[in-house]
Design a protein around this ligand. Structure first.
Ligand code: ATP
Length: 687
């Protein structure tokens, strides 16, 4: 009707507010007013013309005043979009869903919108930017007002420290790629219109002042800062702008979206460059960091990160190391140029990756990684101990996380350590044997006995001897759930040791010692040990001071194949520890006899004796002279001791081995046993 369909715009008559009355005031968040409105009336005449004809009065037009606000589309230097995954009251109540959200917040009284935008960006995310683009100001509600929304684009954002958001909702900071933002907009993941507007205005090729090519250039990782500068300058310079827009815009429009992809940096990179990615879950990650620093590859870098590495050589057992900081680094390896990026994944710093790139085939990268690995293993070659990071929701380790321990240094009754080691060895070489018989390729050991009797020490001795990694689980971690435990067990590589220490402190019988905790249940633990998800080829070690508190189901054959008792020190153990300690000192042998005449067998733990000897490092005579204080009124452990306990303990081990052997043989299925049967070794253990 009338002037519909014309592209030229004619002058329009605005509504007039004749009077206003406040009907509700709730402090700074909301004031509701009644406005008396005069509404100009236009009538359309024949021939499509229109003219004003008086006015209509609306006596009570509801008008809402609420604070103006800002929204910021923030893009990091690496080309990632900083957004939140949030639960918002209105989105939940009206749309029944969580939402993605850009940075946003209300403008304080007398505050400039840009100042508010900078403040909110820092407070909410910890990022700052020197490159701001004022996108637009608009009202959220066409009829009722509700303040003004000022929309901004912040480019080249840099992380300066953790934000201190005063937002009330639960939220999670995300760093998304441009593709992910596009998908999220199109999939309706942003639940508020001003947010969609903020991001679309930047992203959409035609919607606002930036072309798609410009956005790609402005937000792409590694875009040359000079190009960014030229582009932004061009926005303020008519001549340069025209040339650039003619050139870039013309080119962009000539090419279809798909063609643009083929010109993209990623595609060109994929064509001419090789990339290797290393995640921090892998020990290689730590090896790479140390290798880069130790070999001076980072001399041109001024962004470093410091960390501590354990060392056998350095005093105090550790030394300071440096690695490349977050971001990009370039170095030459064997005459080849390598580009390296260290990237933090997601909103927390528990998960990281390193990207290594070079032109052409990946050979230089492979050689570089092999060299870093060798360097890592050679440097101090400690044992890799993996623990669970709840932030990373997985296993994490550092190179050389624990120094090695020789088996010789763990003093048990003669031949005991060797027997257990032989059992592990037989298991490690019997994978085919297990497979042929359809048996789960798993073995479990229970180390039980008083504190300080060498259970943990033997674990590390075994790991060092076979060069195995240790995956250590803390079952009492309240964050650890049944399903996470299953996932973790499933991730343990073949031929690794899984260690659950002090199980009795988590479960007495089937009862959790922390009844209110949401952590692992007893059945969850059993499933993780031998359920479908239990890792193949893993060796399980449970340790406890109180075997009697454990539910028989936990240690039944199949879950635990060998129970190994540890005892308070026997006479022969004490003698050997003493002689090890004072080796080379004359008269030690006689003194060791004297020591064992003062301390009867089965009275104190090896840890306690070791602690005593440490007080007299070079003075064995005084160590023996004061040894009486060790046995006066103290058993050295929470497990009741008796003078013949050590001997009982030895007998117990013999019995365990016999029981295990019988049990194992009973369980063997069909095919005839071959000489490589792992249990053939058990007959060797029993002397
Ligand atoms: N049999 C042993 N031979 C050599 N050293 C030992 C022995 N037992 C204990 N020690 C020493 O005592 C300390 C504690 O030992 P360890 O942690 O292995 O004991 P544990 O049995 O695992 O104790 P807990 O039950 O409290 O965990 C270590 O420093 C270790 O060197």
């Amino acid at each position: 009707m009338g002037d519909q369909g014309l592209s030229s715009r004619r002058e329009l008559q605005p509504w007039k507010c004749l009077s206003s009355k406040e009907i509700l005031h709730t402090g700074k968040w909301c004031t509701i007013e009644e406005h008396e409105i005069s509404l100009p009336t236009r009538v359309y005449t024949e021939g499509g013309k229109s003219e004003m004809s008086g006015s209509t009065i609306i006596p009570k037009w509801i008008w809402i005043k609420s604070p103006s606000f800002i929204n910021v589309a923030a893009v990091t230097k690496e080309g990632k979009w900083v957004v939140f995954h949030q639960t918002k009251y209105a989105c939940m109540k009206s749309l029944n869903s969580n939402t993605l959200a850009p940075v946003g917040g209300y403008i304080d009284e007398n505050e400039e919108p840009l100042v508010a935008a900078k403040r909110e960006l820092l407070e909410e995310t910890g990022y700052v930017s020197d490159n701001w683009v004022d996108l637009h100001a608009s009202v959220p509600d066409a009829n009722r007002g509700c303040g003004i929304g000022h929309l901004f684009l912040a480019l080249d954002c840099e992380f300066k420290g953790h934000g201190e958001s005063d937002d009330l909702e639960e939220q999670q900071l995300l760093l998304l790629s441009t593709d992910e933002i596009e998908d999220a907009i199109l999939n309706g993941e942003f639940g508020v219109q001003s947010w969609i507007a903020t991001l679309s205005m930047v992203y959409s090729p035609n919607a606002f002042s930036f072309t798609e090519w410009e956005v790609t250039l402005l937000t792409s990782k590694g875009a040359h800062p000079f190009l960014r500068y030229v582009l932004r300058s061009a926005k303020n310079n008519l001549l340069l702008s025209s040339i650039l827009i003619m050139f870039v815009g013309g080119l962009t429009r000539m090419l279809s979206r798909n063609l643009l992809f083929f010109m993209s940096r990623e595609y060109i990179e994929a064509l001419i460059m090789s990339t290797v990615e290393v995640r921090n879950e892998d020990p290689l990650y730590g090896f790479l960091l140390s290798y880069l620093y130790d070999n001076d590859y980072l001399r041109k870098t001024n962004s470093l990160i410091a960390f501590t590495t354990q060392s056998k050589r350095a005093r105090g057992g550790s030394y300071l190391s440096f690695g490349p900081g977050e971001g990009h680094h370039i170095f030459n390896f064997d005459g080849r140029r390598i580009w390296m990026s260290r990237v933090m994944l997601g909103e927390n710093f528990g998960r990281q990756k390193i990207l290594l790139q070079c032109y052409g085939k990946p050979e230089p990268l492979k050689q570089f990684i092999a060299a870093a690995r060798k360097h890592g293993f050679n440097r101090d070659s400690g044992i890799l101990v993996y623990t669970v990071s709840m932030r990373a929701m997985g296993w994490v380790t550092q190179p050389n996380s624990r120094p090695r321990r020789s088996l010789k240094s763990v003093i048990l009754e003669d031949g005991r350590a060797e027997s257990i080691v032989a059992d592990v060895e037989e298991f490690l070489k019997s994978q085919t044997w297990y497979q042929e018989r359809g048996l789960g390729y798993r073995r479990g050991y229970l180390f039980y006995g008083p504190p300080g009797s060498g259970k943990t020490s033997l674990l590390f001795g075994i790991a060092s001897h076979f060069d195995l990694s240790i995956y250590s689980l803390n079952l009492s971690d309240p964050e650890l759930t049944d399903s996470l435990l299953q996932t973790l067990m499933n991730q343990v590589p073949t031929g690794s040791m899984v260690v659950l220490e002090d199980v009795d402190s988590v479960f007495v019988g089937r009862q959790s010692t922390e009844p209110k905790s949401k952590s692992v249940t007893f059945s969850g633990l059993l499933n993780a040990i031998d359920g479908v998800a239990a890792g193949e080829g893993r060796i399980l070690f449970l340790t406890t001071n109180h075997k009697e508190k454990l539910d028989p189901a936990l240690i039944r054959p199949g879950r635990i194949d060998l129970e190994v008792p540890f005892c308070l020190s026997t006479t022969s153990q004490m003698k050997r520890l003493f002689l090890e300690f004072y080796q080379g000192i004359e008269g030690s042998a006689d003194l060791s006899d004297e020591l064992t005449s003062v301390i009867p067998s089965g009275q104190i733990s090896m840890a306690k004796l070791q602690g005593h000897l440490l007080k007299y490092k070079i003075d064995p005579k005084s160590a023996v002279a004061s040894a009486g204080e060790l046995v006066r009124g103290d058993t050295g452990g929470s497990v009741q001791s008796s003078s013949n306990e050590a001997e009982c303990c030895i007998t117990a081990l013999d019995e365990e081995i016999t029981r295990n052997r019988a049990e194992a043989l009973r369980q063997l299925p069909g095919p005839p046993r071959r000489t490589s049967c792992p249990y053939s070794l058990l007959s060797r253990i029993k002397t």
